[in-house]
Structures are given as C-alpha cells and as structure tokens.
Design a protein around this ligand. Sequence first.
Ligand code: 9MG
Length: 290
Amino acid sequence: MEVVSYVLLLINYSNITVMNKLVELRSEINVMGILNVTPDSFSDGGRFAVPDSALKRVESMIEEGAAIIDIGGESTRPGAADVSAEQELERVIPVLEGVKSRFDVLVSVDTSKAVVMSQAISSGVDMINDVRALQEEGALQACAASDVQVCLMHMLGQPRTMQKDPSYNDVVESVCEFFKQKLSACEGEGISMQRIWLDPGFGFGKALEHNITLLRRLNELNRFQLPLLIGISRKSMIGALLDERPVEGRLQGSVAAAVISAMNGARLLRVHDVKATVDALRIVKAVQEQ
Ligand code: 9MG
C-alpha cells in the first residue's frame, strides 16, 4: 500500500475511534479526571503546573478509569483572580499537546476565552468545558467553527464575587431558563445539540441550600434530553455538610454526591478522586442495567 493511503487509513481509523468514544461518553456514565495546571489550584497545590508531572498524573487517572481528562489553566474557585489569555495558553496548550501525543484518551479544556478555545481545537481537544457557557466574546463562534463537544455550565455572577449572597426564587427553574437561552444561542450559531452538555454549576453562585436543592432535583434537568456533566468533587458544599471538613477529608462525601448525581441522570462526573468514583459508579451501573 502506498504510504499516503496508509496514512489516510490511519487518520480515518483514529477519527472513527474518537467518534466511538464520544458516542460512549454521551450515553454511558463516565468519569472526567481533573488536571489543574494553575499555580494556585485549590486541591493539588499547583503540583501539576510542570508538563512532566502533569503527564504522570494523567497516566494514573487513565489507569484508574477516567474516560476524559479536563485540563484547566484558570482557577474558578470563589475569589480567584483573572488570568490573561497568554498565561492560560502557556499553561494549557503544552499539556494538551503532550497528553494528546502520548495517550489515547479524550481531553477537554476548561476555558472561557475564545482564543484559548481556538488554539485548543487546533491542538486536538475533544471538548470545551466553559463555566461561562460561551458568553465571552467570540466563544460561540470559536466552538461553532469546530466539531468538538461543548459543556455549558450555569454560573450566577463571576468567580470573584459569585458567592456573595446568591439568591433565587427557584434555583432549578433559574438554571433551566439559563440553559434555554444558551441553547438557543448555540442553535443560532449552528452548534448542533448532539455536541452539547449541560452542567448546573455546583458552587458557582449558589448557597448551600441551592446546591442541595439542585442535587435533590437534578433529574428535572433531564427535560432537555442532553447529557449532564456534574462537578461536585471536594467542593465547599461537601465540606459544609461535614462540619467544615477541609478538602483532604472530602473523599467519601464527594463519592456519595457522585452516586446521587448518577442515580439522577448525570453522565459525566468531574472528579479529583478517579478510582474511588469509578468503583462507586460501577455499582450504580449494575443497578441501572438490571
Ligand atoms: C472547571 N470547573 C470547576 N468546577 C466545575 C464544574 O462544577 N463543572 C464544570 N463543567 N467545570 C468546572
């Protein structure tokens, strides 16, 4: 076989493999492993800012069963400072390219900036995970010009101020109304619904009672018939429910919240503790499949 045909065959094969993985990602319950590449990351102390150690962390998350790795270069914890696009690009792109060249795994990039989205798309990202739901300038267009998956997350306000007394009449209905508007913006830009994920944004402009209500009524978000991505791992809500437990002691609470989410329809759990969550979700799947 000619070299050119052989290369084309390989490219087609790898596209089919990625497509199969995406179909599986949208239809089964899976785990997304978190890889923060921010110096001020709240849960890993910034240990993974250097690409080499980041790659080791990715390898172990894959071995533990993560279906997708979420790389983030902007801290979105409450009160976090803004980062420039240049800083974000410097942090995220080498890690994304390193992961894509070494591992056969889906990768998402957690960003709100159009320029970072576009660069990540050129570097082979599979999903854009945007906590600002494509509201920043150029973000809708950057995603529309690609075929990557897109996660639209609900947030009230901005990370710097979002936890200052958030208030809702009905948090579930507010989140649904927000999704309606963002889905219509996506449709208007030509982003197909087959690429969209929804995320209620636990801890993003929500008091403890709002987070509990969202978890209890999560199944109401299934009205959009789109896969739900849930990020609840080690969040302050878990700490608050465990007598202000610090981040290191939130494993069991986080796994319990992941199980509740999966029982209520979540398809993708964004977590720090991959193995424990994967094990717990195997129990959920066995019960759901019977
Ligand atoms: C980046 N990031 C931090 N928390 C998150 C959450 O709850 N959901 C999503 N999609 N991304 C998050």
